[in-house]
Design a protein around this ligand. Structure first.
Ligand code: AMP
Ligand code: ZN
Length: 479
């Protein structure tokens, strides 16, 4: 068996950085809470999935086989996390005048396209909640058999008072919660109780509903992740990921229902990614009209890879400050990297540019040192900014021969996923709106309207392009 490198992760369970010890050396199981497909994923969501992709790639880089499972939430996620409000998919269906099934398909396809453009490796199992209704019903039955459930008028609920460890994961102060702000509990026994199965309301016309032993309805949001992760990875598995917002409700509930269903520990390592925050505002939200998705980024002339690079610039557990300036800086750095890669390729043409396997034995002492540093950074809780810094120091070091530089870059890219091997000098594909502005500027110049021409030039620059006025007319370059 090939030897594996030692990895360390910050485990939310212990709030400590721990050595990673897999259950089974042959295969590591990773479950990622995937998107709720009621609207297009925004760049905050995408940051969370870039992290999951880097985690999977790092495990593979360290020598493990990985089984990466991600769910698609296509039913049951209500507009309020407190099991109230409308099903997010039904709401979009109503607003878009299509069925919830069509909403799910539309946004799942968009998400998969975004994931592809961001060079995320396809997960080994992509599972939809609606394809796993019997598994979810079975888990609720097990909980019922073990005495953890009760039925009220709107559904079957998990009784959190029956699970004394409930507050442990999120370090919740349940008494404080109980005594604190008044939350309308309805018929629930405890504030933290949550729905396992919701009944369809008679007045509601749902596109998605199923029969169950308790009545017609649909699963609560949390149960899908327990049922599907255990189906594909076993009742106890290695790593579970999600955003930090999942700690206090979604993952706390996943642990409760899984451990009370099986009587076993659910997950050994919980890894949570911090939020992406806008540098000029607090929150991205539809009501503020400031939601940024991958299309917004592309329309401004930036490549999806520039966004991936931005994500790698911050460790997953740190907040990622995002804004146009930050994206532009990352895009410039990324294009410098590309330039460097192309230069190396041209230098090595006919030589060893095809060599992509790095063996420590073939490297000189400086190359060896950089390889080691790169691995140390990544294996220490996925410190991608430090790994990138090592990459740049290596590139600037004249004592490292070009063939080693290229081979190291290709090796690093197994984790970074920036597409090093495919980087070629390319025809610039310029967005239509930038081309239109260029034409407008030409017209302004022809009419000697220099003020307008300068204004249009500035606008083009702000979109990430520089006008180079050559003898053959103006052409555009990436800033
Ligand atoms: P959702 O589709 O709402 O279930 O969210 C999908 C994932 O995106 C979850 O892991 C969330 O924690 C994560 N997420 C949501 N908003 C942000 C944000 N602004 N920054 C980073 N991650 C986020
Ligand atoms: Zn989940």
């Amino acid at each position: 068996m090939a030897s594996k490198s030692k990895l360390r992760f910050f485990n939310t369970l212990s709030r400590k950085v721990e050595d990673f010890v897999p259950i089974n050396e042959e295969e590591v199981g990773v479950y990622t809470c995937g998107p709720t497909v009621y609207s297009r994923a925004h760049i905050g969501n995408l940051k969370a999935y870039v992290f999951a992709d880097v985690l999977r790639r790092t495990l593979e880089y360290a020598g493990y086989n990985v089984k990466h499972v991600m769910n698609i939430t296509d039913v049951g996620h209500l507009t309020s996390d407190a099991d109230e409000g409308e099903d997010k998919l039904q709401k979009s269906a109503r607003l878009e005048r299509i069925t919830a099934w069509d909403v799910a398909k539309k946004y799942t396809d968009m998400f998969l396209q975004d994931a592809k453009e961001l060079n995320m490796l396809p997960v080994h199992v992509l599972c939809r909640a609606t394809d796993h209704i019997p598994e979810q019903i079975r888990l609720v039955e097990r909980l019922e058999e073990n005495g953890f459930t009760y039925v009220i008028s709107d559904g079957v609920y998990f009784d959190t008072s029956r699970f004394p460890d409930y507050p442990k994961f999120a370090r919740l102060n349940v008494e404080g919660l109980e005594a604190g702000k008044r939350i309308d509990m309805g018929e629930k026994k405890n504030k933290t109780d949550f729905a396992l199965w919701k009944f369809s309301r008679p007045e509601e016309k749902r596109d998605m509903e199923w029969d169950s032993p308790w009545g017609r309805g649909f699963p609560g949001w949390h149960i899908e992740c327990s049922a599907m992760s255990m189906k594909y990875l076993g009742e106890t598995f290695d790593i579970h990921t999600g955003g930090i917002d999942h700690i206090s409700v979604h993952h706390t509930n996943e642990i409760a229902q899984s451990e009370c269903g099986t009587g076993k520990k659910f997950v050994n390592y919980w890894l949570h990614s911090e939020f992406l925050v806008l540098s000029d505002q607090e929150k991205m939200s539809k009501s503020l009209g400031n939601v940024i998705d991958l299309d917004t980024i592309k329309k401004k002339g930036f490549s999806p890879m520039a966004f991936r690079y931005t994500c790698l610039n911050a460790q997953y557990s740190k907040r990622l400050l995002f804004g146009e300036k930050i994206l532009k800086t990352a895009a410039i750095t990324f294009s410098k990297l590309k330039e460097k890669v192309i230069e190396l390729k041209e230098q090595l043409k006919g030589g060893s540019a095809g060599q992509t396997q790095v063996s420590e034995m073939d490297l000189g002492s400086a190359g060896k040192k950089y390889l080691l540093e790169f691995k140390e950074s990544l294996f220490d809780d996925l410190n991608t900014p430090e790994a990138l810094a090592t990459m740049w120091t290596m590139l600037r070091d004249d004592s490292v021969p070009a063939n080693e530089k290229y081979a190291l870059l290709v090796d690093f890219d197994k984790v970074l996923g920036l597409g090093i091997k495919d980087m070629e000098r390319e025809e610039l594909v310029i967005p239509q709106d930038v081309m239109d502005l260029l034409e407008e500027r030409e017209n302004a110049r022809k009419q000697s309207d220099w003020v307008q021409a300068d204004k249009l030039r500035d606008e083009i620059t702000s979109m990430g392009y520089r006008i180079v006025d050559g003898s053959g007319g103006p052409r555009l370059e990436k800033v």
